[in-house]
Design a protein. Structure first.
Length: 152
């Protein structure tokens, strides 16, 4: 009886392991597609982020090493993303000191259905790091996101 059960279990595990690659979708990765004149644009490849209600995603600056957008003192930054199918969502921007101290919510859009959400952050007296998150309240698809850091 033990041999029969162990063989059935082994066959069941093999079926699950060999069938799962066909049902798992490849993860999307941000790819830097434009990096000139202080503007960085990331495209999600091979597919955009498809979020359902309740899901969140962090839109990282993959060129910085830690995901944050560093903005020197006296510079302006504009951060945003593009939705292929606008739905209800929330954009939040977190700010911290250069070394990660005093992290806080700097901007909160609340619930919006804007297809091109963005925030313009005016020059600050000292340098800060910023991180963008998007939370879906209905199904949304994010295809690209961007950051534009420039001196005023």
């Amino acid at each position: 009886m033990k041999k029969v059960l162990s063989r059935i279990l082994a066959v069941a595990i093999a079926i699950v392991l060999f069938s799962s690659p066909s049902i798992v979708q490849a993860a999307s990765n941000p790819v830097l597609i434009y990096d000139e004149y202080d503007l960085k644009v990331f495209e999600l490849q091979p597919d955009p982020y498809k979020l359902i209600a309740g899901q969140s995603v962090t839109l990282e600056n993959t060129t910085s090493g830690n995901g944050w957008w560093y903005v020197p003192a006296g510079y302006t930054v504009k951060l945003g993303y593009f939705l292929d199918n606008p739905g209800y969502h929330q954009m939040k921007v977190f700010r911290s000191g250069v070394n990660g101290e005093n992290t806080m919510v700097y901007y909160d859009s609340q619930m919006t259905n804007d297809g091109y959400p963005s925030v313009l952050i005016p020059p600050q007296s000292e340098g800060y790091r910023y991180l963008v998150t998007a939370t879906a309240y209905s199904n949304i698809t994010i295809s690209q996101y961007w950051g534009y850091v420039k001196v005023e």
